[in-house]
Design a protein around this ligand. Sequence first.
Ligand SMILES: *[C@@H]1O[C@H](CO)[C@@H](O)[C@H](O)[C@H]1NC(C)=O
Ligand SMILES: *[C@@H]1O[C@H](CO)[C@@H](O)[C@H](O)[C@H]1NC(C)=O
Ligand SMILES: *[C@@H]1O[C@H](CO)[C@@H](O)[C@H](O)[C@H]1NC(C)=O
Ligand SMILES: *[C@@H]1O[C@H](CO)[C@@H](O)[C@H](O)[C@H]1NC(C)=O
Length: 468
Amino acid sequence: MFGRTSLVSGSVVAALALTTFIPQAAAFWRLTCLNKLLVERNDPIVNPGAVSGHLHTVMGGNGFNFTMDYEKARASTCSSCTIKQDLSNYWIPNVFYQAKNGSFFPVEQIGGATIYYLQRRDPPDEKLKAFPPGFRMIAGDPLLRHNTSVSGRTDAFTYICLDYSGGSKGMKERYTEFPNRNCPSGLRVQIFFPSCWNGKDLDSPDHKSHMSYPINVNFGKCPSTHPVKFVSMFYEVIFNTNAFKDQWYDNKQPFVLSNGDPTGYSLHGDFFNGWDIGALQRAIDTCNSASGAAEECSVFKFFDKNQSQDCMVPPRIEEQTTGWLEKLPGCNPIQPGPARAVKHTNCGSQETIGAPMKYYTDVSAKNWEYVGCVMDSLTSRTFPEREDFNDLTVEKCIDYCASKGFNWAGMEYARECYCGKSAPPQDRMGYARCTTPCAGNDKQFCGFAQRLSTYKAKGPSSNTFGTP
Ligand SMILES: *[C@@H]1O[C@H](CO)[C@@H](O)[C@H](O)[C@H]1NC(C)=O
Ligand SMILES: *[C@@H]1O[C@H](CO)[C@@H](O)[C@H](O)[C@H]1NC(C)=O
Ligand SMILES: *[C@@H]1O[C@H](CO)[C@@H](O)[C@H](O)[C@H]1NC(C)=O
Ligand SMILES: *[C@@H]1O[C@H](CO)[C@@H](O)[C@H](O)[C@H]1NC(C)=O
């Protein structure tokens, strides 16, 4: 069994190459999530309506919320993933570096995620079903701290140590725990979801038992208790652990999952269905390309990539999740096991859902107002005048622009201040990811790479935008 199940090793693409003796097994498509939507202690499956136990990185539709249903997912106006008919959410814990003094620093996530939808039929004419409306599930166990092959765990939850320097060799380094070596091209976290459904429950008390793995975990027949085969789903998320390559100590790997796990065995993932069900079923039935390119599937339409990049949900929990942290958000002391971890509560962490974070500053005292997050381009600037300040704040840029007779001001990439006399073009409006702290005040926001936090002077003559 292990010889065959190790087919999931390396990349799914490599595994598929090995399984071409089952032609149908080769059909799949990749859903590309260009960015994360939100990093927050939010888990509408496990802790609906409340602050969840640990931090997650969430991808998908911006209908994501503490309380979710299928209609809310479908009401998303954008998704950080690119297929337009899919407004689902995909989330996993995120990864922190722990320094010798005990402090934590978040490991940067490279992009968003790649979600594989694999048409693994057995027998070859098996009819695979789309996830029904309201369907949700989790895979994995946040309290696990030891190596076990129970339920195929070691085949479903894996880490790939990426190393592109020597060709594809490094791609083959697969681990069931955090690797005890540096990964020069990043650490890829991988989760294979169960694909066999009991045919009736959209969820279950443990959010798992309505689902089961097929006999070989990542392929094979379903057990009689869970006879309905869905399309198989597999997540890949890459973390830039290489940024800490010179900061290892005490002869052991320094990374932990946000739920206080230094082993990696507690890796888990959540899925909340937000698909247009008809489109998903048509794609399962008709998109039999072996290349995995979603663009080859005529069923799919795509979001504008820039809009997907910017799709985000503002956090609503007032707690620090970036920079150096003395403890992991929530009550997540490091528990190395091998015994199961125990849940901790009442450690004084923030447990209140507040108002959505605002990425702008109230400048009404200056008689200016925030307009929005506006796209800029290196080759065609949105505003003509530029001045950089190492201590840039929103007020500083507005004062500078006003002193030069401009009535539009935009802050970009922490230090850059731009000024203009007219509104940005309509097609550059409506972006969201103006989330970079200002160089001169880390409580304020000064755009992003090629994004301008944009303000304008109030007054009759400057009211050039927003009037129908
Ligand atoms: C989340 O739900 C709250 C209250 O139910 C609502 O006010 C808010 O707009 C929702 N957020 C999103 C991103 O849909
Ligand atoms: C812990 O160590 C890191 C890295 O050496 C440092 O940046 C951080 O400020 C330290 N934190 C505390 C609380 O001393
Ligand atoms: C964990 O178990 C799997 C499967 O039995 C094995 O291949 C792997 O080497 C084990 N990992 C460790 C660190 O023992
Ligand atoms: C997306 O952004 C890039 C870089 O800012 C820009 O060159 C391109 O025109 C944008 N595409 C669309 C469709 O807006």
